[in-house]
Write a protein that binds this ligand. Structure first.
Ligand SMILES: C[S@@+](CC[C@H](N)C(=O)[O-])C[C@H]1O[C@@H](n2cnc3c(N)ncnc32)[C@H](O)[C@@H]1O
Length: 360
């Protein structure tokens, strides 16, 4: 197996990408600094707007060639820079979705001169038509009452009723608050539930996911749980230690996957010819989706599919390019920043004026 697989490199992602062959990655799933002034033990989240956008363009252009022709990309952003970054990505990829992650922030305090921002904006893009996408693996099950209510003849035996519904593009999943057992010591850790949904839908079993900004390693942990391979980068050596601990803990154990049949099941809507009946069926489908609005926290345990037994969890190595103290990290990012400043402004960066940094 190639030396970069199931490895996290403690180094700058843009430099480290040279380790990965072009056309080898199934999915780029990444959560870059947002330029909101967060403290990651380095200055990576404290760039001025134009520098941040120029740097974003640099890492995106370095990362995209790594994707396979049927590969795709998810990128976590906020409303602040998603417009500019989506415009850039749309020049090179097909935009499939803007997913809104409602972090389920309780209403307390917040902004007084505007509305409090409680969501992340996630871009979902494909490299080309014919991208890999396994909807059946991420359908949300209908609850028992809804299934029971669909007892009319047209629903009997309908696969979609068993497999559940499309998760849609509004994901309401609680952020990782202090009491959450998943919680690691990282300020912007993402929930496994979200990352696993992306992986199951967009990275084939045994495929490779690339996360350029690993943080606490949620992408790597999710990949191990779901029988996918990972590769990634993280500047802060303390976070690399956290990743190593998470990957070695039972949290990373292989999970039983739902809806992973040995033969793909295609969910088919029942065929109804007279228009009046079709109208009624559509109405029923809409109503059916309502009671089951809450996404399943974890895939329900079904007898593990053949693929689960086949690909037992891969040994996860974490290679660190030398342990460095936090100050060393800061030095690295400062020198990286200097390099960025020297770089001429990109067309993207040129369209925005420098906005003040705000910590939220
Ligand atoms: C938003 S966080 C990722 C959080 C992650 N998704 C999780 O669930 O824990 C971004 C991370 O990128 C790291 N980082 C920033 N600039 C980097 C760079 N040039 N190369 C590699 N990592 C970088 C930061 O140290 C930070 O931990």
């Amino acid at each position: 197996m190639s030396s970069y697989i199931n490895t996290i490199f403690n180094e700058d992602a843009v430099l480290g990408l040279a380790r990965i062959p072009d056309g080898s990655i199934d999915l780029i799933l990444t959560d870059p600094p947002y330029s909101l002034g967060k403290d990651y033990g380095n200055d990576s989240d404290k760039q001025a707007a134009a520098d941040y956008l120029a740097w974003t363009e640099r890492w995106i252009m370095a990362a995209l060639p790594k994707l396979k022709p049927n590969g795709s990309l998810y990128i976590f952003l906020t409303w602040r820079y998603s417009p500019e970054i989506f415009v850039l990505l749309k020049q090179h990829m097909i935009m499939l979705n803007e997913i809104i992650w409602d972090r389920r922030v309780p209403s307390m305090g917040g902004s007084v001169r505007s509305f409090s921002s409680v969501h992340d904006t996630i871009g979902f893009f494909a490299k080309a038509k014919g991208h890999y996408f396994d909807l059946d693996a991420v359908r949300i099950p209908y609850d028992a009452a809804t299934k029971k209510a669909r007892s009319r003849a047209i629903f009997v035996g309908a696969k979609w009723l068993e497999l559940g519904y499309n998760p849609k593009d509004l994901w309401s999943v609680s952020r990782i608050h202090k009491e959450n057992p998943e919680r690691a010591d990282h300020p912007t850790q993402k929930p496994l539930e979200i990352i696993e949904r992306m992986l199951l839908a967009s990275c084939p079993p045994d495929g490779i996911v690339l996360d350029l900004f690993m943080g606490s390693g949620t992408t790597a942990v999710a990949a191990k749980r779901c029988g996918r391979n990972f590769v990634g980068f993280e500047l802060n050596s303390d976070y690399c230690d956290i990743i190593q601990t998470r990957l070695a803990s039972p949290e990373s154990d292989r999970v039983a996957l739902r809806n992973q049949p040995s033969e793909p099941i295609r969910a088919k809507a029942p065929k109804i010819s007279p228009p009046v009946k079709a109208k009624r069926a559509r109405k029923s489908l809409t109503t059916a989706a309502k009671p089951a609005a809450k996404p399943a926290a974890k895939p329900a345990a079904k007898p593990a599919a053949k693929s689960a037994a086949k690909s037992a969890a891969q040994p996860a190595a974490l290679k660190s390019a030398g342990k460095k103290a936090k100050s060393a990290d800061a030095d690295t990012s400062i020198s990286a920043k200097k390099t960025i400043k020297k770089t001429s402004r990109s067309s993207l960066a040129a369209v925005v004026s420098d906005l003040p940094l705000t910590s939220v």
